[in-house]
Design a protein around this ligand. Structure first.
Ligand code: DGL
Length: 268
């Protein structure tokens, strides 16, 4: 089986924007050499304000076309919004392993001492049945307070472009979560959007040191590494990043991509 894998075949990491970089960063810590295609659907950003059917159609369509073009050995949907809505649909249509990114409720529930867990995600993610199921399975007996924080997606994109971020975006998200009934008791917060760990410093400062911020990026990286274990990997094979959006704005991120071994940026 592994003999049939092309050593230059990449891992496709897909997100609506730069949030997938938090997964790529974790992957690079354990697999610095594996070829990667980082795909940002910035023409579709943000996903969080779109309907379920729009997100499912867009994600399944793009991943299908990208798989045909780049022939990845595995695809990771590095986006909670897309994963909680379209993971099973994408698994039905693509023949490669698909790794999803779902809110890290399980580790958060294990960590929380107060029993009250906060969850910050996009508007679409916080209303998903998928999240209801994770809550029922891993956080029964605990309290999970969900908060949509759409302003954080733009703030994370801006931060990465080197722009000043609006401090109100972080302040408002944290205040809204804290203002929920029981919000004072939150000691653990799930960052249920891959963009949000890019604002870890700002969020930690706003929540205070006594609150643990949990995201799933390391677990996802370990899952990818496990699934491709034993496969041949060509050292020095091309890694690249593509965007469906504006290529000039995307190229401003070249220095950041270079730190993850990605030197070629194209428009998809
Ligand atoms: N990064 C995505 C997530 O993990 C969503 C950002 C968006 O709204 O497009 O949910």
């Amino acid at each position: 089986m592994t003999d049939s894998i092309d050593p230059t075949a990449p891992i496709l990491i897909f997100d609506s924007g730069v949030g997938g970089l938090t997964v790529l960063a974790a992957l690079r810590e354990i697999m610095p050499e594996v070829p990667v295609i980082f795909a940002a659907d910035q023409a579709g950003l943000p996903y969080g304000t779109k309907s379920e059917s729009e997100i499912a159609a867009r994600v399944a369509g793009l991943l299908g076309r990208m798989s045909e073009r780049y022939r990845p050995r595995l695809a990771c949907i590095a986006c909670n919004t897309a994963s909680t809505i379209a993971l099973s649909m994408v698994r039905d249509v693509l023949e490669i392993p698909i790794v999803g990114t779902v809110p890290a409720i399980k580790p958060a529930a294990a960590r929380s001492k107060s029993g009250t867990i906060g969850l910050l995600g996009t508007e679409a993610t916080v209303r998903q049945v998928y999240v209801d199921r994770l809550e029922a399975e891993f956080a029964s007996g605990k309290r999970l307070l969900r908060q949509a924080a759409p302003g954080l997606v733009n703030a994370a994109e801006a931060k990465l472009r080197g722009q000043d971020i609006d401090p109100k975006a972080v302040r408002n998200a944290v205040a809204a979560l804290r203002a929920q009934d029981g919000g004072d008791a939150i000691d653990t917060v799930v960052l249920a959007c891959t963009h949000f760990p890019l604002l870890n410093t700002e969020l930690q400062a706003e929540f205070g040191d006594e609150v643990d911020l949990i995201d799933g990026s390391r677990g996802i990286a370990r899952r990818i590494a496990h699934l491709i274990e034993g496969q041949p990997i060509a050292r020095g094979a091309l890694s690249r990043a593509v965007t469906t959006g504006d290529i000039d704005a995307f190229r401003q991120l070249s220095p950041i991509f270079a730190t993850y071994g990605i030197d070629r940026l194209d428009r998809f």
